[in-house]
Design a protein around this ligand. Sequence first.
Ligand code: NAD
Length: 429
Amino acid sequence: MKIGVIGAGYVGLTTSACFAHIGHSVICVDNDEEKIRTLQNGKIPFYEPKLKHLVTKNVKSKRLKFTTKTIEAVKESVILFIAVSTPPKKTGKPNLSYVTNVAREISSTMNEYKIIVEKSTVPVKTGEKVKETINLYNKNNIPFDVASNPEFLREGSAVDDFLQPDRIVIGVESKRAKDILLELYKPINAPILVTDIKSAELIKHASNAFLAMKISFINAISVICEMSGASIEKVARGIGLDKRIGLNFLNAGVGYGGFCFPKDLKAFIQIAAELGYDFRLLKEVERINEEQKQRFFNKVAKLLPNLKNKQIGILGLSFKPNTDDIRFAPSIDIISRLQTAGAKIKAFDPYAMNNAKKIMPNIEYCKNPYQVAENSDALVIITEWDDFKKLDLNKIKKLLKRPIVVDGRNIYDPKTMGKNGFIYQSIGR
Ligand code: NAD
């Protein structure tokens, strides 16, 4: 099938490469000329495991191409995915202008029947807005359908998540759109849930809200573990072995971040309020998350009461491992608190430093974790990259000015750390 994907970001590029991989013909569009030039030169504009291989292979077999011109994708494709950003406004409401701009561009160049699919995460009832926009600019009355096909991939495992999803959700309002989208996803072996458009939109926000709630829940439990002397890992396992609850998303830490949970929660709270429901549960999820970052900062501040001119070494900047994405990463918040208290920051991240440099220029960026530890008053772990789990801790101890490690992801064993002479603090244990 012929597909156009508008937006070549984490979602758009993965969607494009994966659809090409399962045999479709894909044109991927982005209005960022630099990004498209990078892709046309065989490079990937961000780090995502397995994606480069998939893109290269499918460009070679001519199933995937890149352009800055939406019109090219519209002319050649039946299905057009909108996969542009939906960043939060100051009010917390999502900025939907990127989505409606693309809808306008598509509608003014449509030549025959098209399905315009929302892939971006949007609030319930956005489909109506997209339809209105298309109708407004669809001068030749070309037939079209709007559909919602929310994306559940996770950065860091995006390709596998796309090709082996837990489920595919398709929100449609015509049989024609339904049949075409079912055909599109035929090569992927996963349960497909067909709904109306509003339900599909709501499923995405509700899923992310539930996952964020699970994280805040376990973070709240971690506080009670600290206060009572229980161990969060044992408690989490004891809870998670109950199949009704499940073990995933029960890792206590410094709080959730990234481009999805923080903004989607805010957007969900807002849309619920507009519809007349005060979503207090989610407000509390947000509050616990903010508090968790403050609590983590307090752990460092307690060990080093006067942070002024202290050197703090940070390991991990991306919002989670296996991505270079630092959007709304907890590291930004924690580093800012440390700097406000007068600390000097040295940091290392395997992939996220280029992105971090753009928004946190006043940090000393290091070549490896050992350089971070050298002469630092404390080592602070914010992202649980696998490499950090295998460090030579004896070497780290010798390099540190004081043997303080504050671990926001529980990657080390407290007993071993104690035995090795570290002053070690982690979460909920
Ligand atoms: P992103 O910022 O990485 O990519 C968006 C891309 O759209 C950018 O490259 C931008 O240049 C391009 N763009 C914006 N306006 C355009 C236009 N008019 N024409 C062509 N290109 C345009 O964002 P992302 O992380 O891929 O997220 C996209 C959407 O998917 C968001 O709504 C997000 O919430 C949702 N989502 C993201 C993830 C994730 O893990 N990142 C997962 C599921 C859903």
